[in-house]
Design a protein around this ligand. Structure first.
Ligand code: AMP
Ligand code: ZN
Length: 113
């Protein structure tokens, strides 16, 4: 079975894209859990955070830079937002291509569910 986020990155499936460069893409989550819910996804296929190699360290940092840019675009940077990366089933990971959730536009609670 094809990877959903590889297919979105390759434009084989539609998405509401907010940012894209040669290394990564950011698009709206189809089932938003907050007024702002954006997924920041590397174009390189990495299944889970456990598969991030030292060579990928810059790429993971890049995902955070993109999340900051999109938070600014959405006007929530100063109010605050939450960045989440789920790893494996107990965390709730359902798409096995790493992605940073950027959630905001409402008060976040702690501990998370
Ligand atoms: P996770 O559960 O951490 O693996 O996150 C996967 C996220 O992908 C969920 O928040 C889903 O709502 C979202 N999602 C699933 N399919 C799509 C899609 N086609 N376009 C955008 N987001 C999606
Ligand atoms: Zn993939």
């Amino acid at each position: 079975m094809k990877c959903l986020f590889c297919e979105i990155a390759e434009k084989k499936l539609p998405a509401r894209i907010l940012f894209e460069d040669v290394h990564a893409i950011a698009f709206e989550d189809v089932y938003p859990q907050a007024p702002v819910h954006v997924l920041v996804v590397p174009k390189k296929h990495i299944s889970t955070s456990l598969e991030i190699n030292p060579d990928d360290n810059w790429l993971v940092g890049h995902l955070f830079q993109i999340a900051n840019t999109v938070a600014g675009q959405k006007g929530i940077a100063e109010r605050g937002f939450r960045l989440v990366m789920n790893t494996n089933p107990e965390s709730g990971q359902t798409v096995f291509h790493i992605h940073l959730h950027m959630l905001g536009g409402r008060v976040m609670h702690w501990p998370p569910g």
